[in-house]
Ligand binder design. Structure first.
Ligand code: GLU
Length: 305
């Protein structure tokens, strides 16, 4: 497969088929779609089924059907991460050849025991035990990317200036897991570059991953896309809507009403009667009135509150 030619604006929606679409994923889809379409941009769809044990049977097809019945129109064919193993392997080879990736023998237990501080995403920052070579007699389990100690700085279109020091906040992170699967961080960066994505609009739950992705882009010589991290829908307990928190699947019979709800969540002001119309009507209104600047800057919002 050859990469897509450059575009002025190319956005994407990249659901993981670990379950059906819920309101939280709809918000990211609506935000990225309108941001793209209102700038005459393209909008691609990528199925992030790289973490095969987490794929729910039938979920990918269900997601595609749901997006269709909500009136989303994507450009070109869907890119399936499960078919991109060669590309991820080639990127890992490049990083290995450049001395940027190294084999790691540490088990979860050893990482927990040697970690000196928690990582940004709730895990533990890797202390770098295998950084200078595997300990004698130990076999490689995972592959990690060496990080630098400089501050990674980027300006998010919604969340403003963000900084992270990867060495202390994350540590050298995993590119290929002990179970042989390529990690989300590698797959997402390789695919965004391959697809020529210029603009990433997604949930703020991924804000803390962005410096890792920027670092990887730099290591691989890829361009850096613009970023906008939208608020994430949480339930009354403050938990992100997800399969784990039993977020209800979107009801395609209520597509227009759910789209209106997602627009309101994103700070837009669609008229009430649109809820009882058809998705095409909602999109017509939304494309005329979309105001990115009205999107709230909070990272977590309970839509029921
Ligand atoms: N697949 C990820 C998710 O569903 C999104 C990845 C991204 O947008 O970069 O949470």
């Amino acid at each position: 497969m050859t990469p897509l030619p450059a575009a002025l604006y190319r956005g994407r929606f990249a659901p993981s088929p670990s379950g059906p679409l819920h309101f939280g994923s709809l918000v990211a889809a609506v935000g990225s779609y309108l941001d793209a379409r209102c700038q005459d941009g393209e909008w691609l769809l990528r199925m992030e089924d790289v973490d095969t044990p987490r794929n729910a049977p039938g979920a990918a097809d269900d997601i595609l059907r749901t997006l269709e019945s909500f009136g989303f129109e994507w450009d070109g064919p869907v890119l399936w991460q499960s078919q991109r193993q060669d590309a991820y392997a080639a990127a890992l080879d490049t990083l290995r050849a450049g001395g940027m990736a190294y084999a790691c023998a540490c088990s979860r237990r050893e990482i927990a025991d040697s970690a000196t501080q928690p990582a940004v995403d709730g895990g533990l920052a890797y202390s770098g035990v295998c950084r200078n070579g595997l300990p004698p007699g130990r076999a490689a389990r995972a592959w990690r990317l060496r990080v630098g100690d400089e501050e990674i700085v980027f300006v998010d279109r919604l969340q403003g200036r963000q900084t992270q020091r990867l060495e202390q906040d994350v540590g050298d992170f995993v590119l290929r897991r002990a179970d042989g699967l390529f990690a989300y961080q590698l797959a997402v960066v390789v695919d965004d570059a391959f697809q020529g994505v210029t603009d990433i609009v997604r949930g703020a739950d991924l804000l803390a991953s962005t410096p890792r992705q920027i670092w990887l882009q730099r290591c691989l010589g890829y361009p850096q896309p613009r970023y906008a991290h939208l608020p994430v829908a949480v339930n009354a307990a403050g938990e992100k809507l997800s399969k784990q928190t039993r977020a209800p699947a979107l009801d395609t019979r209520r597509a227009a009403a759910e789209l209106v709800r997602a627009l309101r969540f994103l700070g837009q002001t669609p008229p009430d009667q649109l809820s009882a119309s058809l998705p095409a009507e909602v999109w017509r209104w939304a494309r005329q009135h979309w105001d990115f600047a009205a999107a709230p800057r909070q990272r977590l919002i309970d839509p029921g509150a």
